[in-house]
Design a protein around this ligand. Structure first.
Ligand code: SME
Length: 161
C-alpha cells in the first residue's frame, strides 16, 4: 500500500514534542528549540527569542537564547523593527524580502527573509520567536505552522510556571 512520506517539518514537530516533554523549564525549552531549529533546518540561519522586559516603561524586547551570528539588536523597542511590529500587533509577521520592508532592523547582511511569531501567556504577548534566513521567501505555510507551534508550546510552558 502506498504511504505518503512524512515531510521534514512533520518529523521536526515530533522532535519538538520530545524536547518539550524533556525540558524542565521554559528557559530550557527555549534554548533547546533554538538549537533544534537552527541545526535541522537549512534555511533557518538565525533562531532566537526576544522576551518583553517586565517593569520597563515603555516596554522593550530583550534578546534571550539564540543560535546564529551575534546581533547588535539586543534590546528592541515595540515601535521598531519587524520584532516590534509582531509583538505590538500580536500577529505573526512574515517578510519575504527584508530589503523592501522599511521596518526591518538589519542583523546580518546575509539575511534575506524573516518570520517573527508572538508568544502569548494568558492572552498577552510576553515575547516572540524570531527566525532569519539567508534565502529569500524562506518561510512558507508549513514553516509558519511549525514556528507558531513552537511559540505556542513556549507560551503554555511559561503559563504553567
Ligand atoms: N530583524 C529584526 C531584528 C532582530 S535580528 O533579526 C536578530 C527586526 O527587524 O526587528
Amino acid at each position: 500500500m502506498a504511504t505518503t512520506k512524512p515531510s521534514k517539518i512533520e518529523d521536526l514537530r515530533k522532535e519538538v514534542d520530545l524536547l518539550t516533554a524533556a525540558a524542565g523549564t521554559a528557559d530550557q525549552l527555549m534554548k533547546a528549540l533554538t538549537l533544534l531549529l537552527h541545526d535541522k533546518m537549512l534555511k533557518y540561519n538565525w533562531v532566537g527569542f526576544y522576551m518583553l522586559e517586565s517593569g520597563t516603561s515603555p516596554p522593550v524586547l530583550v534578546l534571550g537564547h539564540y543560535q546564529g551570528a551575534m546581533t547588535p539588536h539586543t534590546r528592541i523597542p515595540l515601535n521598531q523593527g519587524i520584532c516590534g511590529a509582531a509583538a505590538s500587533s500580536g500577529k505573526t509577521v512574515v517578510v519575504d524580502d527584508v530589503k523592501s520592508d522599511l521596518r526591518y532592523l538589519a542583523c546580518s547582511l546575509e539575511t534575506k527573509s524573516e518570520i517573527v511569531v508572538p508568544i502569548f501567556v494568558s492572552g498577552k504577548v510576553v515575547g516572540e520567536l524570531d527566525i532569519d534566513s539567508h534565502f529569500p521567501a524562506a518561510f512558507g505555510v508549513e514553516d509558519r505552522e511549525l514556528v507558531e507551534y513552537c511559540a505556542q508550546l513556549v507560551g503554555k510552558r511559561l503559563e504553567r510556571a
